[in-house]
Design a protein around this ligand. Sequence first.
Ligand code: GRF
Length: 190
Amino acid sequence: MPSLALFASGNGSNVQRIVEYFSGNPHIGIDLILTNNPRAYVLERARNLKIPSVVFSRKEFYGSNYVPDILAVQNISHIVLAGFLWLIPENILSAFQGKILNIHPALLPKYGGKGMYGTRVHQAVLASGDPESGITIHYVNEKYDDGQIIFQSRCPVIPGETPETLAEKIHQLEYRHFPEIIESVVKKSR
Ligand code: GRF
């Protein structure tokens, strides 16, 4: 049975939504939540959701097999990045080819790459005068926001929009689409 690990660095509202969506699903399990940030609110969510969690350091992530070893022991088949801020190292990429997904809160290839996360993305969209934004779900490779695009959904940028109002609209799109896209990708690649 496919078994998913979710990686997040902060709040984890997408993690919560994904766990709730798959709860009771007999075919796909959400079995582990991982973070690089010991103060991330996602850890509190993991406790409440009763999903085991793991915190790792930069040294453990980039200088050892600590994380891939845990994923192997737990029999994880797919990885979902939901607000995770670090690049995925080669030892994990090679073990999970075609099985790592990320969500980005804009329409890639615009407004992506190093340093483009959180409110900075929405600020850049507003500064450009772009009349629309949206979400991109894509496979993960060795670069930031660069892997093959799987799905996009758009929303208008309206007069008077702020980074906060745009972030809220984008989050609603993420909650609506991300779990379903994860499900369809996992079903095709198990
Ligand atoms: C989301 O907007 C996601 O697209 C981006 O980081 C944000 C995470 O939000 N990669 P949350 O932690 O799921 O609330």
